[in-house]
Design a protein around this ligand. Sequence first.
Ligand SMILES: *Cc1c(COP(=O)(O)O)cnc(C)c1O
Length: 397
Amino acid sequence: MKFDPAVNIQNLLQFGEFGDVNPSITDSATFTFMQANTMLETFSGEEKGCFLYSRHWNPSNKYLADALAAMESTPAAWVTSSGMAAISNTIMQICNAGDHIISSMTTYGGTYALLANYLPKFNIQSTFVDISNLEAVENAIRPNTKIIYTESMTNPMLVVSDIPKLAEIAHKHHIKLVVDNTFTPMIITPTRLGADVTIYSLTKFVNGKNDLVAGAICGSVDFIDSLIDVNKGTSMLLGPVLDPLRSSQILKNLHTLHLRMKQHSQNALYLAEKFTETGLRVIYPGLNHHQGNGLMKQMMNPGFGFGGILAIDMETNKRANLLMEKMEDAGVGYLAVSLGYFKTLFSCSGKSTSSEVPEQLQKEMGMSEGLVRFSVGLDNNIHQTFEKIESCLKGLI
Ligand SMILES: *Cc1c(COP(=O)(O)O)cnc(C)c1O
């Protein structure tokens, strides 16, 4: 039977203490106990039914984490103050000093910087590979490799990761497969395809309003418990907890995510096809000629499309900038980093969200300096949007 993450969320019965249809917001840092012994058992992790302190667990965060676990079909989840917190905490929980990571060479710029520039100070080294080259992935494995790290659809080249095959390689060598699914919520469910941990920046599609920063880690009960262990847990000790007020806000937005993803995907496919007609190089996994088109069809949950992100190649940075400025003037959307907003956002990847990636590596991943990435909005009349873009393109191609 086909998996439907939206139905899984809908089937959850979560309501507030007075029958409120939205779960009550718990605005407390600490929690009282009726028996001193229960506090002791909660500290040791023996007793799981009680709340102790909000850096550890908070009821509002638990509601959101449970809903995300339902969406991802994972036994557990924990929510963080940012996507980067989810990524750094997951990696630092799994790796010790001296360990090694294999990462897709195309990832979110912050992730690349974490792996390439920050983790080496703890003697955690990373090898960057073309994640679609499974032989290169396997050849990069060392005795101390602990993680294969990728994004379901990588940023900004939208290379689709073969999650089942990567999981097979990882598990054969007792390595964890960690997948950032920020670009494709609802569409891809990495854990069902073999990933051990699924990560989100909730800042993007999941919340969808560009009014907050948040993240999530979805995985096994053991893994989530280990993150918040009071003695050794990375999240408990580094403390990147999400504010419960924000959690309750994200939970409400999560309930419309399936509708939004369908509309983002439908609009992005329309634009990708129209851009193709203009003769531009277009990168969108919904197009037949794209590297990941067949793979996506095998991996995706039906009905949500190929996602809301696409890129076009304006070849030079100058032309990319001219186009973006004209589009902003014409009301197509905003020249801004980030994605998953109800309005269309566009930025030149090489000079923004991937500027942490060295130019040589940008070239290797096929990223031109004129690559313009679009996060396509929820426009009700995408035909009209394209007409605006078309007039902006005049004289530029
Ligand atoms: C934005 C983003 C992140 C980082 O998330 P923050 O919420 O900004 O910390 C990580 N991965 C991907 C794919 C992203 O787009």
